[in-house]
Write a protein that binds this ligand. Structure first.
Ligand code: SF4
Length: 331
């Protein structure tokens, strides 16, 4: 299948210094230059094929959402390349990016924060349709908007209400409808269910999958919980401290996970044993600061299998079986 997205050696960094003077510090009787850089995304590569769901999973703060925002160029990449359907969009201007914005849409974790509270639902959908010329006139846009609202499970009479008049799950449906309004080919869903009640999560996940089958688009799905992505993913990348430490098909990751961090993520999922919810073990220790990355393997301070080489040398990515990659000295 043809690739819709290719991400190669992507990097994202944020300079915490407010200017050159902020970098000059007085230490032990002399002035030194001290830079404080957050290394949020560190040389990651993956491909997403047409109609595929690729999920990025990892603990909060591992760089998944920053990766998503960098791909869609809400933040300019600091290194590497992003190609959409073979076109390099890494360094194109905001104007050139407009035609890709229509094809690449994003669904956010907090739908309320991403919806204009002063706009009625119908206008939230109609405005981007007219801007991106998906509809020829207001009448056509309104008809299409009502169609989409029905597809996401909202009634026509709800179209004239404001976002605050809806529940969390309904607001996420509006966020999904807004993404669909411009007929995208690729959707980034950034933790789209993590702010919702567990009972609503399954409904929204099912809706996203039904829409994918109907409209044939591809997803980059961001989640911190492996159990959320189990049923919807074709392929996954497991992220730790801005790096993909393991990637492969759903079968590879769920049936034969190899990286100690992936295994630790699995052990952190609470399991039902008999009638009791077995307490999960969790992952020992804290994620190190992305301002001062550890030497060698980024996971070595928390890894139960750490060897002396792990402290010194960053492992290279190895393909341990077809299309199953891991970044670990054990392999
Ligand atoms: Fe653990 Fe070493 Fe593998 Fe890193 S490289 S995950 S420290 S065994």
């Amino acid at each position: 299948m043809e690739k819709i997205l290719s991400v190669n050696n992507l990097e994202q960094k944020f300079d915490l210094n407010r200017g050159i003077l902020d970098k000059i510090k007085f230490r032990n009787g002399r002035f030194i230059k001290e830079e404080r850089i957050v290394n949020a995304v560190n040389d990651i590569s993956f491909d997403i094929k047409q109609r595929e769901v690729f999920s990025l999973v990892g603990e909060s703060g591992c760089g998944k959402s920053t990766t998503a925002r960098t791909i869609i160029k809400l933040i300019e990449p600091k290194g590497g390349t992003v190609k959409f359907k073979g076109n390099n969009i890494t360094n194109i201007s905001g104007n050139e990016m407009l035609k890709y914005r229509k094809k690449m849409q994003m669904i956010f974790q907090d739908p309320y924060a991403s919806l204009n509270p002063r706009q009625k639902v119908i206008d939230i959908l109609v405005e981007p349709m007219l801007f991106h010329k998906v509809a020829n006139n207001l009448q056509e846009a309104r008809e299409k908007a009502l169609d989409i609202l029905e597809k996401v499970g909202l009634r026509p009479e709800q179209a004239t209400r404001y976002p605050h008049q809806f529940s969390g799950g309904q607001r996420q449906r509006i966020g999904i409808a807004r993404a669909l309004a411009v007929e995208p080919e690729f959707i980034i869903a950034d933790e789209p269910v993590s702010a919702l009640d567990v009972s609503i999560q399954a409904q929204i996940l099912n809706l996203l999958m039904e829409l994918k089958d109907e409209f044939n688009f591809s997803y980059l799905f961001i989640a911190h919980d492996l159990s959320v992505v189990k049923h919807i993913s074709d392929n996954l990348g497991v992220m730790y401290l801005g790096k993909i430490v393991e990637k492969g098909s759903k079968e590879h990751i769920f049936n034969n996970s190899l990286h100690p961090y992936t295994k630790a993520l699995f052990s952190a999922i609470p399991r039902l044993s008999g009638t009791n919810l077995r307490k999960s073990k969790g992952i020992e220790g804290e994620i190190p600061s992305p301002i001062s990355l550890p030497s060698g393997c980024f996971f070595h301070e928390r890894c139960p299998y750490m060897k002396p080489i792990c402290r010194e040398v960053m492992p290279e990515e190895k393909e341990v079986e077809k299309d199953h990659f891991v970044l670990c000295h054990l392999y």
